[in-house]
Design a protein around this ligand. Structure first.
Ligand code: TXA
Ligand code: MG
Length: 335
């Protein structure tokens, strides 16, 4: 709950400073919600040990409640208090934390986490972010933070504070938005499920599949049964206007904005994800450019083919979902 002085629907949009981080930690300890930057995307954070705060995250985000949340910790030591680490998890933590790797692990029996954070599963998704503001906030709050991306469920992920503000203009349950600039990676963490003997790549992301396989061996692909991450729903990351992928310059329709990639792209295109043809730069620009092109006067967004290698896998994964047919129901009312 917001503090006594703060009416529920008044969003405080604050620049990062030691004082505003400490104030944010105070709000979190009181059960409130704070949007904060990480190296991947902005998170919508609350105390992961507080049922009411976790419920408020689901409500504010408009997320289907059966989908569990990622829990962020200050370091691997704090993560070890909530989840069981086997040898694979330890190796990956050593190699990639802090950083954009999320591991789905068995919850510890004595884990202080809210049950709601795992949405009834006996596992928990955990990661240690690599961002000075996120780290300081975790340090000051002293509790793990449950934090999905700070956007309404199903829409484009936010890589700048202004993107977050477009979703929560009137507060809408969000108490503080900490402006820590643009996210350097710009695409969500890679999620690996280590809760069974076969490690499964649940979501391609900012760390390439091959980099993880180099440490723990081959990753399996998810099967259709079991929990589906919202990021694994067919329609997700969607702008409000239509989006088409793998569009050549000839196929582009009149009135469509053209989002291109690489040095050979037509110069008159709306925006280029990376003129150099650098997939890392393209990943960092992806969501920000989709926000920029998602305007009422534009008929749709046509995206040029992006190479399906390295970070291109995560980019194509997000674009395929953004292009997928959408439900009739608005994201907030989806099951
Ligand atoms: O980069 C990121 O991962 C960002 C930043 C804020 O850290 N967070 C993020 O969270 O993308 P979110 O909630 O939008 O996506 C987390 C994904 C969801 O698709 C969720 O279903 C999945 O992780 N997930 C969480 N807990 C899980 C579990 N126990 N088993 C399987 N999937 C899980
Ligand atoms: Mg998300």
């Amino acid at each position: 709950m917001p503090s006594d002085q703060t009416p529920k629907n008044e969003l405080r949009f604050l620049d990062v400073s030691v004082e505003t981080i400490i104030e944010s930690a105070r709000v979190i300890k009181a059960g409130g919600l704070v949007a904060f930057p990480t190296e991947t995307v902005y998170g919508l954070g609350g105390d992961a040990t507080n049922d009411a705060a976790v419920a408020a995250i689901f409500e504010t985000k408009g997320r289907p409640t059966f989908n569990p949340l990622i829990v962020h910790t200050l370091d691997a030591g704090q993560a070890a208090l909530i989840a069981e680490f086997d040898a694979r998890a330890q190796q990956l933590a050593t190699q990639f934390w802090p950083g954009p790797l999320t591991m789905v692990l068995k919850r510890r029996a004595d884990s202080p986490l809210s049950l709601l954070v795992s949405a009834g599963l006996d596992t928990v998704a955990v990661r240690v972010p690599d961002h000075p503001v996120a780290s300081r906030l975790l340090f000051e709050a002293g509790v793990p933070l449950a934090a999905p991306s700070a956007n309404k469920s199903g829409t484009i992920s936010p890589t700048a504070a202004l993107h977050v503000a477009t979703h929560f203009r009137d507060g809408d349950g969000l108490d503080i938005l900490l402006d820590g600039g643009s996210c350097t990676m710009g695409i969500e963490s890679t999620i690996v499920d280590l809760s069974t003997d076969d490690a499964v790549l649940l979501r391609p992301g900012a760390i390439a599949r091959e980099a993880i396989e180099a440490v723990i061996g081959p990753l399996a692909d998810p099967t259709d049964d079991g929990i589906k991450a919202p990021g694994m729903l067919k329609s997700h990351y969607a702008p409000s206007i239509p989006l088409r992928i793998n569009v050549t310059p000839e196929e582009r329709l009149k009135g469509e904005a053209y989002l291109t990639f690489g040095p050979d792209a037509p110069k008159r295109a709306a925006l280029n994800l990376s003129i150099k043809g650098d997939l890392k730069e393209a990943a960092a620009n992806l969501f920000a450019m989709l926000y920029a092109l998602d305007q009422p006067g534009i008929r749709g967004i046509a995206v040029m083919k992006i190479p399906a290698e390295g970070l291109g896998l995560a980019i194509n994964d997000r674009l395929e979902r953004a292009a997928a047919p959408r439900d009739e129901t608005p994201p907030k009312d989806r099951p």
